[in-house]
Design a protein around this ligand. Sequence first.
Ligand code: ATP
Length: 314
Amino acid sequence: MRLYSLLAAAKINLYLEIVGSRPDGFHELIMVMQSVSLADRVTVRSIGVDQIRVQCDHPLVPADPSNLAYRAAALLVEKFPGVMAKLGGVEITLEKQIPVGAGLAGGSGNAAAVLVGLDLLWQLGLTQRELQELGAELGSDVPFCISGGTAIATGRGEQLDPLQGSDALYVVLAKYESELVSTPWAYQTYRAEFGATYRADVREFEVRRSQVRAGAMVSALAHHNSAAIGQHLANDLEKVVLPAHPKTAELKAVMTNLGGLGTLMSGSGPTVFTLVDTAAEAEAIAQQLKAKIPDPDLGVWIAQFVPTGVQLTP
Ligand code: ATP
């Protein structure tokens, strides 16, 4: 086959704790990640010339070598020299549904889908683990975006332990289109403000990891207790992103009062989400939110927890 079409799921963070600094300059994190059904369509198609091409009509996404999807293909070419001469180059088409710069790992998901799609197109025969190791070279969220589902992510986010997924909860996501957050800015600002509270060394990191693994969020997921999941949502990055983005802070306050299980900013934001048990509740909250904030700049989406990151489609 000369073409593969894949869905790349967005992720939300049900939990994000910044534990300390790592010698490599990244932060040591403990996160609970969840794939949701809001997804980009990524198509990889063989072309007769030895080139990587990216097509994307989203104004904020570069269709050039800086695109994470392009970089994923370039990484495979670097690791498997000659693959394009043997099997042709690739045209990657990105149909974006996931908002950009939103804390939903849109770019990482696209890279994940390209790795999975090109493994097939170029007949590389890599295992999921091998694809995830390559993905970690592109970005900390890429390994999770490949396998998806529900997982605890540690290290800089690339060390994954699958968690027993919760029931397929619904989620209402909202983001002002004009508000974007740079992930590096969020982490640098957090370091500047809270660096003094960081845990000191790898032994302390391990102690904290054990506590979180035995803690309330992991237990809530294991027991399929959606009320407890909602109650224990937490994200350290809210402490720096919300004060710098008052519109998003206000959005979170409004969503919190609409009666879901819990409301949180995802990742480095600025997307805010509310969890609910049913599709009908999600629809009601989305409608109430649009009525309370009738601003055309506000995007509102309904999605559901899904058990996969990248999914091959017919
Ligand atoms: P994360 O949660 O991993 O921090 P994010 O959702 O905050 O990600 P992205 O949507 O992945 O952010 O995009 C961040 C930046 O990356 C944008 O400035 C965008 O121009 C650039 N970018 C490069 N490639 C892509 C891509 N394939 N899709 C989206 N953005 C991309």
